[in-house]
Design a protein around this ligand. Structure first.
Ligand SMILES: [Zn+2]
Ligand SMILES: [Zn+2]
Length: 130
């Protein structure tokens, strides 16, 4: 399989997963379509895609890293129960960069916000089991 086809398949698989998958999860899905693909190949492609800004590696969550095809600026919410990662719009704090710069006199180049808590699905399950 040539390089660009591999890359396309990996990107497609990532886009089809709205839950910010880990490499291990992607690998399990990819294996169904492309039994010959190796985990090393997947990691190499993911690194290249994120180095080129085509996808985003979400750092600061737990290891293993999660990957995101949405490179527009947005925040994340990680559920402590199911470990899924959800998108949160930047609209929740539109002037956060300005405020941080005003407060410190520094220039903000990038920022990441990760909320941790319990997602709606897990909240429902907790309610039902009580
Ligand atoms: Zn959850
Ligand atoms: Zn995201």
């Amino acid at each position: 399989m040539n390089y660009s086809r591999q890359r396309d398949i990996i990107l497609q698989t990532l886009k089809a997963n709205v839950v910010h998958p880990t490499a291990e999860y992607l690998y399990a899905v990819l294996k169904e379509k492309e039994p010959n693909i190796s985990l090393a190949t997947l990691y190499r492609n993911l690194n290249q895609l994120s180095d080129n800004g085509i996808i985003k590696k979400i750092d600061g969550l737990e290891v293993p890293s999660h990957y995101d095809h949405n490179t527009h600026e947005h925040y994340h919410f990680m559920c402590d129960e199911c470990k899924r990662v959800f998108d949160v719009s930047c609209d929740v704090a539109p002037d956060i960069v300005q405020k941080a710069e005003d407060e410190t006199g520094f220039i903000v180049k990038k920022h990441d916000i990760i909320f941790n808590g319990i997602c709606r699905d897990c909240l429902e399950k907790i309610k039902e089991s009580n």
